[in-house]
Design a binder for this molecule. Structure first.
Ligand code: C2E
Ligand code: MG
Ligand code: MG
Length: 688
């Protein structure tokens, strides 16, 4: 007898008990799916079916007559190894049955090929062992769920992770699932089922689970099913790790990405997102309208500059809280940055709803804010844009609300303005103008014009006012009223101002040398607010005087009332320094702003210019003469010289003379003229 083909694999033998009838036996033997052998009582193979030939890797003739190799008497060997001629080892489950075949008592042996399952289990055992080691090192809790018995082994660490002792938690799956957060439960069950059903390669899920203390812990749970040859899950084992710290950190990061850390309001990104949703809703539902409010705190910079950033921050937080108070629950308020806030009003009926909210916000902001024992009064300028304008993207509606906000500010702050499309065109035009203006400075498109100022007692030209002009290559001469405010806003006023000052000082110095007039001459140069607040203004002016050689006494700087009155103490210090240079100072457009006479008295100012609007009212009937008289008297009482602006008629001239106004300028004498014309005019002037 050659070597046996079967070897005993498992030491455990089970007693066989059944006897089969011949008919049933035939079907077993010939059924192709199961490998079957007929073995005589002395252990010699007598018959093999085709499946057996495949399992053994041998032809039937090769098997018949061989020893079976496994003791078969009254016993079953569950698992056996089969050595194939090619060296491979197959694994099979063996069942033996004592029965009668062709009149002889034999063993009927059926063999089920479980090679692949056995290999998989072996691999799993190995990997599980490795995994268990790693898991212990990583402080994971482990579970092992027997699907058929529905019992779960929870490791001690699994239990302590949730605050429990070994004996507190039983073996049911509910010990696990009943503790999962209700909001996460469906998701977790779904993922487990999907894996058990073989739809996913592994189970992995992050969810909240209740700790013994009642708090929620975030865990990461991983699992892998063990399957039978039919792919049915028999077990699922895996790990549970506490990821609460990581999860909280992630939440904080996410929060930071969408909320402003100072006020805790949504930030720009979140606001844009909500706006986008509102826009989609508006596209779907014809009756749905929304509006965006763009708020800017008036004079926020003043608070920041005078009381410090901490106070500024406090103010922003307090404003944020009041904004929240003035809104309905569905509306959202966000901080875009700086002192800018936005509000999204959802589902409004009409524009009136939006303006009503704007009014309510204004009212809410009226009460003073108590900051570091200071009572701060605040207000906001609000721009409103509405959905019915038909926007395509959120940035556009924000931009338009912003534009309307600027309109509200320009109209005098503490009010709201509605966006209309003309504003947009204006905003675009302004942008183009800004780009052009930048180039204008570089390309010398700017020029200084001069308007003569006439002494009323002698009729002589006592000075000129330098007025800047922009020679735009396409648009021709542009009025400073059009570009000076823009230059102020963009900071371009600084280079423009330097240019005007240097150019005009040079011109006047030149005329003096050329024409040789020896009497006093006043060159009036306008200084805007932004120029006035430059830290090195005094140094700049001194340098220009040095470079051009102009006598400081020839220069008279014009500043408007509002510029000096905004921060009177700072202004006073600046004016005193300028005065020390020998430069003289003049208040421009007097009467149009708010001036405190008490302050004016303390300022080293020697000229007052009456605004054109008062001069134009002076007539033979004397309607406005009274105001002009009052202003001239104020100037004289403060020891100042008075210049009237915008004199256009002889009548006005006569009245001003009668009121003892010292000087005047206006179209009656001359419009502003270019440098050559001015030189010619001065040269021809009769009595220097
Ligand atoms: P302003 O300083 O009050 O200048 C007087 C303005 O009144 C000038 O307008 C002048 O042309 C105009 N004007 C003079 N006489 C008459 C008159 O009889 N009738 C009428 N209707 N108008 C008269 P302009 O040149 O357009 O300047 C406008 C404003 O722009 C100036 O007002 C000043 O505030 C500003 N500005 C002009 N040049 C400069 C500059 O170089 N720097 C700064 N910062 N501002 C400037
Ligand atoms: Mg002026
Ligand atoms: Mg003026």
């Amino acid at each position: 007898m050659s070597e046996p083909v079967l070897e005993q694999r498992s030491p455990f033998l089970r007693a066989g008990d059944a006897r089969a009838t011949e008919g049933r036996l035939e079907t077993i033997i010939h059924r192709d799916a199961t490998a079957a052998l007929v073995v005589s009582m002395d252990g010699v193979i007598r018959h093999a079916n085709p499946s057996a030939e495949r399992l053994f890797g041998r032809r039937g003739e090769d098997l018949i007559g061989r020893a079976c190799g496994v003791p078969l008497h009254g016993a079953n060997t569950p698992e056996i190894d089969i050595r194939r001629p090619d060296g491979d080892v197959a694994v099979a489950e063996l069942f033996s049955l004592e029965t009668v075949w062709s009149g002889e008592t034999v063993f009927l042996i059926s063999l089920r090929d479980i090679t692949s399952r056995a290999r998989a289990e072996e691999a799993l055992r190995e990997s599980e062992e490795r995994y268990a080691l790693a898991a212990r090192a990583a402080n994971d809790g482990l579970f092992d769920w027997d699907v058929s018995t529905s019992r779960v082994y929870y490791s001690p660490r699994w239990k302590t992770m949730l605050g429990y002792d070994e004996s507190d938690i039983g073996e049911s799956p509910e010990e696990w699932f009943s503790r999962v957060h209700p909001e996460d439960l469906d998701r977790v069950r779904g993922a487990v089922t999907a894996h058990i059903d073989g739809l996913t390669s592994h189970f992995e899920n992050e969810y909240r689970i209740r700790h013994k203390t009642g708090s929620w812990r975030w865990v990461l749970c991983r699992g892998l099913a063990v399957r039978d040859p039919l792919g049915r899950a028999t077990r699922m084992a895996g790990s549970q790790s506490d990821v609460t710290h990581r999860k909280l950190a992630e939440e904080q990061l996410a929060h930071r990405a969408f909320y402003d850390p100072l006020t805790n309001l949504p930030n720009r990104a979140l606001f844009i997102d909500r706006l986008r949703h509102a826009m989609r809703r508006a596209q779907r539902r014809k009756d749905y309208q929304f509006a965006v409010l763009f708020l800017d705190i008036d004079r926020f910079k003043t608070v920041n500059d005078s009381l410090g950033h901490m106070a500024g921050d406090r103010l922003l937080v307090m404003v944020a809280r009041r904004l929240e108070l003035s809104l309905r629950p569905g509306d959202s308020v966000a901080r875009l940055g700086g002192d800018e806030f936005t509000v999204l009003l959802e589902d409004i009926r009409d524009l009136d709803d939006a303006t009503r909210v704007a009014d309510r916000i204004q009212r809410e902001l009226v009460a003073p804010f108590d900051i570091n024992a200071h009572e701060i009064f605040s207000s906001a300028s609000i721009g409103i844009a509405q959905s019915s304008t038909g926007y395509e993207n959120p940035e556009d509606i924000l931009r338009d609300a912003d534009t309307a906000m600027y309109r509200a500010k320009a109209a005098g702050r503490a009010r709201h303005a509605l966006f209309d499309t003309s504003m947009h065109e204006r905003a675009v035009a302004l942008l183009n103008l800004e780009a052009d203006l930048r180039r204008a400075v570089e390309r010398n498109e700017l020029a200084v014009y001069y308007q003569p100022i006439v002494a009323l007692d002698t009729g002589r030209i006592s000075g000129v006012e330098a007025l800047v002009r922009w020679n735009h290559p396409q648009r021709g001469l542009i009025s400073p009223n059009e570009f000076i405010p823009l230059a102020e806003e963009t900071g371009l006023i600084v280079p423009i101002g330097k240019f005007v000052l240097a150019e005009s000082c040079r011109h006047v110095r030149g005329w003096r040398d050329e024409i040789g007039f020896s009497s006093p001459f006043a060159l009036h140069v306008n200084l805007s607010g932004r120029q006035f607040s430059q830290a090195d203004l005094v140094g700049q002016i001194r340098a220009t005087l040095d470079e051009t050689g102009l006598e400081p006494g020839d220069l008279r700087l014009e500043i408007t009332e509002s510029v000096v009155m905004e921060r009177p103490e700072n202004a006073r210090a600046m004016l005193l320094q300028l005065c020390d240079l020998g430069v003289r100072l003049s208040i421009d457009d007097f009467g149009t702003g708010y001036s405190s006479l008490a302050y004016l008295q303390r300022f080293p100012i020697d000229t007052l210019k009456i605004d054109r609007s008062f001069v134009s009212g002076i007539g033979a009937q004397g309607e406005n003469s009274q105001i002009a008289r009052t202003i001239i008297d104020i100037g004289h009482n403060l020891g100042m010289v008075v210049v009237a602006e915008g004199v256009e008629t002889l009548d006005q001239l006569a009245q001003l003379r009668a009121l003892r106004c010292e000087s005047a300028q206006g179209y009656l004498f001359s419009k502003p003229i270019d440098v050559d014309t001015t030189r010619a005019l001065l040269r021809a002037a009769p009595s220097w």
